[in-house]
Design a binder for this molecule. Sequence first.
Ligand code: SF4
Length: 454
Amino acid sequence: MLDLTTSNVMERTALRVNPCKTCQPVGAMYAALGVANCMPHSHGSQGCCSYHRTVLSRHFKEPAVASSSSFTEGASVFGGRSNINTAVKNVFDMYDPDIIAVHTTCLSETIGDDLTSYIMDMDLPEGKTVVHCNTPSYVGSHINGFFNMMMGFMNYLTKKTGTPNGKAAIFPGWVNPGDIRELKRIATLMGVPYVMFPDQSGVLDAPMTGKYEYFTGGGTTLPEIASLGDTEQLIALGEITSGEPAELLQKKWKVPHTLLPMPVGIAYTDAYVMALQKFSKKEVPEELEEQRGQLVDLLLDSHPYTHGKKAAIFGDPDVVIGLTSLCLELGIVPKYVITGTPKDEFTRRVNALLEKYNVEGCTVKANADLFELHQWIKNEPVELLIGSTYGKQIAKAEDIPFIRAGFPVLDRYAGPLMPVVGYAGAIRMVEKICDALMDRQDRDAADEDLEIVM
Ligand code: SF4
């Protein structure tokens, strides 16, 4: 399909071909789905909302509930106030959520709809809440939408009573529900009482019960979000996704934060465990020590198959930084590391990581696209490709072993249930990486060289 991609790289600034990101409201919708009894609401046309729901549903293989202001030509000209008033009334009447989380779209941003005043003027039913954030999709990416929605909730709902609640806040960043379960498991093992925000576990990985419910009971509750101002410490994971929300909590309610990389691989998981340990002052339990030891053993055993292999890694900034760190721990040489999210901080952090491992000759770029990555690969090939489903045509065209990781993975099942983070997640990723490399070795081996024991 992409066999005809040329190797002649041309500098582009405006045009993106095969983008490595999606639009802001997708992130806002995903963040809102991590809040209990919350209806994400798209203030724009139905087409935007359908697209955002589709992307999420295809990745999680679960319905992503959301409502829309259903703009038509009239709203585009006269503004969307009447649309959102009708929508909010209908959503509370028909679906009965506790809260509606409104995000804007390109259209409502372009016409300048003032959501703050619209919401202020609403006559809401007793005990119901509406919050909003701005998500103009012509800047940033779904990652910006995700943290903008987090900050929307925090701006409307957080409080400080003056009595610390003895808990740590944990911002997981953009991860799958399986990752959130693993982060919670580690925090519980470390004896840390916490508020996880947002929390899509139990929502987008909810079990089949035979009965469809709009709200599954999972997600961060509204009192938990309100209590963020009373938490004693914030552990914010994913420097690029959670950095701005962490700053907001510090500025608003003076909650000190520790900003860490997404805990992928040994070093970054250690940092998460140590931050929890600093909070609880408890010893690291045997269960975690043992799992870490298994991972070290696995890295040593698999080293002959991974050492020196060249890889291209792409996707969302924090998961890419984490996977780059894991690859370096495996002795894999990152050759191209890109994200579609336009954040210069990404290149700074990846370059610092590469410097630590004395890796040279790696191309690192934010605001990049997959067409560009493909052209680089045509000029200097790699032996492994790691990223979202959108890399599969490149993998096919160039015959490269391909590991699906990050968002979105549209063509495989069970990924959202499984962790990438923590020692357990690293063990899983090492297995995937080794399987891909060793399958390729087997495929290409002459009959007399095909090993049974490796
Ligand atoms: S119009 Fe904007 S908000 Fe709507 S789907 Fe397109 S990029 Fe996203």
